[in-house]
Design a protein around this ligand. Structure first.
Ligand code: ASP
Length: 436
C-alpha cells in the first residue's frame, strides 16, 4: 500500500518542486541564457510537451473504446437518453450557478473600481471570431467521422461513437464479438494510461517549472483584485456549491470525493486542459469513485467538453471587472444575458488551454463591453486557466458521481474505500515472446 500512496504524493511533491523552481528561475535567472536555453526552453519544454502529447494520445482511443463498452453495457437506449439528459441538465445547472455566484461576489467586492490602467501594459487583444451558437449545434454531427477523429473533435466523436455503439446493440447477437473486442481494447488502453502515469511526476514537474519560470508571480500584483476574486469564487464553487450538490443530490460524502480528486486536479492544473485530463478523470471515476464504466465512459468526456464551471466563473468576474474599469454600468438584464451567454459559450468551449478567453469575447460582444478590455486580464490568464481547469474537472467528476448515484451505477464500497484504485506501480510482465 505504501507504494500506492507514494505515487499520488510523488506527483504532488514534483508539482510543488516545479512550481518553486520555476518561480526561482523567474525571479533570479530570467536573463541567464544558459538556464533559459537548456532548461526552460530545453529540458522543461521538451519533457512537458512530450507529456502533454502522451496524455492527448490516450484521449481519442480511450474515449472510443470506453464509450462503446459503456453504451453496450447500458444496453438500453432509453436509459442512455436519460443519462444524457440528466448529465446535460446538471452540467448546465452547475455552470449557471457558478457564474451567478461569480457575478454576485464580484459585484460586492467590486474589483477594478478605481483601477489605474497605466499599472499594466496591455497588449492588443484581437478577438478570434467565436462560432455562432447555431453552428455549434450543426457541428455536433461529423460530416466525416474520420476527420472528426483526426482532429480530436470530442463532441463529434461522442456523437458518432454512441450512434455506432447503439447500432452494435441493434444487430443483436452478431454484435457480441464487437462488444467483447471493445471491452478488451478498453482494458488495453487503461493499461496504457497506467504506464503513462508512471512518468507523470516528471511531466507535471516539467510543465510547472516551465510555466512558472515564464510567468512570474509578480505579474499578479497589479491585477490582485481581479485575480483574487476569481480565485475566491473558484474555491467557493468547488468546496461549496459542488460539495452541496454531492451531499444533497448524490447523497455521498463530499470529503471522500475531494480526497480522491487530488490527482485529477493536479493534472488539470498542470496541463490547463480538461480534454488532456480525460484519461485521469475517467480512471479516477471508475477505479477510485466506483462509477461503472457504462456511466463514466459517457459523462466524463461529455463533461470535459461542455461543462466549464471554472471558465464561467472567470467570465463572470471579468465582466464585472472590465465594466468597472471602463466605468460602464451593467443592469440586471445585461447580467442575465451574461449568464445565458456564458452557459451557451461553455458548450462551445473546447477543453483546451486558453479558449475561455476567446469565448469571453463572445460574451463581451453580446453585452457591449469593449473587447480590448480583455487585453487587461490576459497577463494573469495563464495562471487562472490552470486554476479554473482544476475546477472544471472537479465539476465533471461531481456530476458523474451524482448521475451514477441516481442511476445506481456506483459501487459505494469502492467509493468509501480510501485506498480503492490509488495509482499503483505497474508491474511489467515478462516478455510474452520469451514465454514457453
Ligand atoms: N482550459 C480550460 C479547460 O480545458 C478551458 C478554458 O477555460 O480556457 O477546461
Amino acid at each position: 500500500m505504501s507504494n500506492k500512496m507514494n505515487m499520488t504524493t510523488k506527483i504532488l511533491i514534483w508539482m510543488v518542486a516545479g512550481l518553486v523552481l520555476g518561480s526561482l528561475i523567474n525571479a533570479f535567472a530570467s536573463d541567464v541564457v544558459f538556464i533559459q536555453t537548456y532548461f526552460v526552453n530545453g529540458l522543461f519544454h521538451v519533457t512537458g510537451e512530450m507529456f502533454i502529447s502522451l496524455l492527448k494520445m490516450l484521449v481519442v482511443p480511450l474515449v472510443t473504446f470506453s464509450l462503446i463498452s459503456g453504451v453496450c453495457g447500458i444496453g438500453d437506449i432509453n436509459k442512455l437518453g436519460r443519462v444524457g439528459a440528466k448529465s446535460f441538465g446538471l452540467f448546465m445547472l452547475t455552470t449557471a450557478l457558478a457564474i451567478t455566484l461569480a457575478i454576485s461576489v464580484a459585484s460586492i467586492v467590486a474589483p477594478g473600481e478605481g483601477f489605474d490602467m497605466t499599472q499594466t501594459v496591455p497588449s492588443e487583444f484581437s478577438a478570434k471570431e467565436a462560432p455562432p451558437f447555431t453552428q455549434v449545434i450543426i457541428d455536433l454531427i461529423p460530416s466525416n467521422p474520420v476527420a472528426a477523429y483526426a482532429e480530436g473533435n470530442m463532441l463529434q466523436i461522442i456523437f458518432f461513437t454512441i450512434l455506432f455503439a447503439v447500432c452494435i446493440l441493434m444487430i443483436g447477437e452478431k454484435g457480441q464479438p464487437l462488444i467483447d473486442g471493445a471491452e478488451r481494447l478498453n482494458l488495453v488502453m487503461m493499461k496504457v494510461v497506467d504506464l503513462v502515469m508512471m512518468i507523470a511526476p516528471y511531466g507535471v514537474f516539467a510543465l510547472m517549472a516551465k510555466t512558472f519560470s515564464l510567468q512570474g508571480l509578480g505579474l499578479i500584483l497589479p491585477m490582485i483584485s481581479y485575480f483574487g476574486v476569481v480565485a475566491l469564487v473558484l474555491l467557493l464553487h468547488a468546496t461549496g456549491t459542488l460539495m452541496f450538490l454531492l451531499k444533497t443530490l448524490g447523497r455521498v460524502s463530499p470529503v471522500t470525493f475531494m480526497k480522491k480528486m487530488r490527482a485529477v486536479q493536479v493534472f488539470a492544473f498542470s496541463t490547463s486542459s480538461s480534454n488532456a485530463t480525460i484519461p485521469v478523470t475517467l480512471t479516477t471515476a471508475e477505479k477510485r469513485l466506483g462509477v461503472e464504466n457504462s456511466t463514466a465512459s459517457f459523462v466524463v468526456p461529455f463533461g470535459a467538453t461542455i461543462n466549464m464551471d471554472g471558465t464561467a466563473i472567470m467570465q463572470g468576474v471579468a465582466t464585472v471587472f472590465i465594466a468597472n474599469v471602463y466605468g460602464i454600468d451593467l443592469g440586471l438584464t445585461e447580467y442575465l444575458m451574461v449568464i445565458g451567454m456564458a452557459v451557451l459559450a461553455s458548450i462551445g468551449t473546447a477543453g483546451v488551454p486558453g479558449v475561455g478567453l476567446i469565448m469571453l469575447a463572445m460574451v463581451f460582444h453580446q453585452v457591449g463591453l469593449p473587447i480590448e478590455g480583455i487585453a487587461l486580464i490576459m497577463g494573469v490568464d495563464r495562471l487562472l486557466d490552470m486554476m479554473r481547469t482544476a475546477v472544471n474537472v472537479t465539476g465533471d467528476s461531481a456530476i458523474t458521481t451524482i448521475v451514477a448515484r441516481s442511476e445506481n451505477t456506483i459501487n459505494m464500497n469502492t467509493y468509501n474505500d480510501p485506498d480503492a484504485g490509488v495509482i499503483e506501480k505497474v508491474r511489467l510482465p515478462h516478455s510474452p515472446l520469451k514465454a514457453p
